[in-house]
Design a protein around this ligand. Structure first.
Ligand SMILES: Cc1cc2nc3c(=O)[nH]c(=O)nc-3n(C[C@H](O)[C@H](O)[C@H](O)COP(=O)(O)OP(=O)(O)OC[C@H]3O[C@@H](n4cnc5c(N)ncnc54)[C@H](O)[C@@H]3O)c2cc1C
Length: 477
């Protein structure tokens, strides 16, 4: 006999709006992380009223709720850790309104990040936050994770581009936070909401700022024989007051993995490359590129290539943005890590990561948003070997603990989710965590929405048993 909530959900959404057969639910056990958890139902609202009705049904039956965008998250945020209803926003994917003159757009949460930029490109505008997963991830997911990307060094992370939100709280209230004016009096509630990893409310509409496309972009690739030289270059670029639009670093191992897949023209025998974008009005971008090129050479770059045209520029960036996919060809499974350190500590951190890799017998590739000290070590392992999986997690924990020791943090942009909840005490005292819980409780008092995320909880036996066969991290984007 089907549970009464299934009848209510089908009545609201139609039979095609609810999944509950085990073979259908399997697909929603995963996101881009190595975590797992099976929901009891997956539902597909089309409008805000559907979301209000879903929340009402969940409340009446005491069933947990979890929002889901594209499932590219890397910390298990969209996984139903306690079962319940996954609310997929895949069918709420319309751009509702574009106001070119005021550079605003109103979108549903399931709009894919890069689709918005494509839609407004003719008006010479774009949506600036550009996670490397931007061809798959949704703006609702970006809001929940406060996502960054290569170009957020100059343009800022998602929160800098969100003006207003429509949200449905797990209490059933429908709220409108912020508005489309540049500044609004009172507390910055959209600012509070962005980055709460789907634990405050379900986002049903987002008003974002659109940013003019730069008149000119210059892309440089600087090639180094040592990581130290590449890092010193980054330090001097910033010290000179140059703000590149993007400044990414790939280590030698990753470069070789990417080149054999993408053929971006990366040299195979170097230790690091920097990919640097400088943008702005034509003269300014050219002057900054010239100055940056001189800095690269002064710090020992053995070659600095300046992209001659859009096609060459795109190819270089294709190399960077497809790095995860390239690595996915080399190993049955990989674990993408995300930590932050003061950017001057990159060489010592890389050395430590190398030692940790040796200790556990893993190959670890490294990609950095070098301009802001955000690093992504990628640990290659075989998930069919239970001990390897446990060792990969142990290696990742050691890397993150080292980041904290250096004055960094446990995540730069991928969030805490159910992956790093147990690491929160490395950064926060019990008082800090208790204050955060009290803020969450204002919005989500019964912990009905996305339970078991962000705050430390012990993994259940079921979770630990389920862990040996994780998803192949990061291959979806
Ligand atoms: C190859 C690859 C590259 C990546 N590169 C980057 C990068 O450069 N920068 C970066 O920051 N991240 C990156 N990520 C991580 C990920 O893409 C981002 O976190 C992205 O914003 C997640 O969007 P999503 O739509 O997939 O959200 P999901 O993974 O589906 O969900 C993420 C979180 O948002 C919540 N959520 C989703 N939609 C809603 C909603 N409407 N209302 C309430 N809660 C909601 C979920 O509950 C979950 O907690 C990368 C991931 C991959 C696989």
């Amino acid at each position: 006999m089907p549970p009464p909530i299934l009848h209510e959900l089908k009545h609201q959404l139609g039979p095609e709006g609810v999944l509950y057969q085990p073979e259908d639910l399997l697909l929603y056990e995963y996101d881009g992380s190595v975590e797992r958890g099976r929901p009891d139902f997956v539902v597909f609202p089309r409008r805000t009223e559907d979301v209000v009705a879903i929340v009402g049904a969940a409340r009446r039956h005491g069933v947990p709720l979890v929002g889901r965008g594209a499932g590219t998250g890397l910390s298990g945020g969209a996984i139903a850790r306690r079962g319940g209803i996954v609310v997929s926003f895949a069918r709420m994917n319309r751009i509702l309104d574009v106001d070119v003159e005021n550079r605003r757009a109103r979108v549903q949460p399931g709009v894919v990040n890069s689709d918005l930029s494509v839609a407004v490109a003719r008006a010479n505008l774009h949506f600036a936050p550009d996670p490397s997963s931007q061809k798959a991830c949704t703006i609702g997911g970006n809001v929940s994770e406060n996502s960054g990307g290569p170009h957020t060094l100059a343009y800022g992370v998602t929160t800098s581009h969100v003006l207003a939100l429509e949200v449905v709280l797990p209490t059933g209230e429908l709220l409108h936070l912020g508005n489309s004016a540049v500044d609004t009096p009172g507390y910055d509630l959209p600012g509070l909401f962005v980055g709460t990893e789907g634990t405050f409310g379900l986002v049903t509409e987002i008003t974002v700022k659109l940013t003019p496309l730069p008149e000119a972009v210059q892309t440089l690739m600087a090639v180094y024989d040592t990581v130290d030289e590449a890092t010193e270059t980054v330090a001097e670029i910033t010290a000179r007051g140059i703000t590149p639009a993007a400044c990414e670093m790939l280590d030698g191992w990753t470069i070789r993995a990417v080149e054999s897949f993408v053929h971006a023209g990366f040299p195979l025998d170097c230790s690091a490359i920097l990919l640097i974008d400088l943008d702005g009005i034509r003269e300014e971008a050219a002057a900054q590129a010239e100055e940056t090129l001189a800095v690269c050479q002064r710090h020992g770059a053995r070659e600095v290539r300046v992209a001659r045209d859009g096609a060459e520029r795109e190819l270089l960036w294709k190399g960077r943005k497809n790095a995860f996919g390239a690595i996915g060809r080399l190993s049955p499974t990989y674990y993408t890590q995300d930590g932050v350190i003061p950017r001057t500590k990159l060489p010592v951190t890389l050395r430590r990561i190398g030692e940790i890799g040796k200790k556990y017998g893993f190959e670890i590739g490294n990609i950095f948003h070098a301009g802001d000290g955000n690093l992504h070590p990628i640990i290659l392992f075989d998930a069919s070997q239970e001990q390897q999986f446990r060792n990969a997690v142990a290696a990742a924990d050691e890397i993150i603990a080292f980041c904290v020791e250096l004055g960094g943090a446990i995540t730069g942009e991928h969030g805490v989710g159910m992956e790093k909840d147990r690491l929160m005490p490395l950064l926060f005292s019990e008082e800090d965590l208790s204050l955060m819980r009290r803020v969450r409780d204002i919005f989500n008092p019964e912990d009905l929405l996305n339970p078991g995320k962000v705050f430390p909880v012990l993994k259940s036996c079921g979770e630990i048993r389920a862990r040996p066969a994780p998803a192949k991290s990061g291959v979806r984007a």
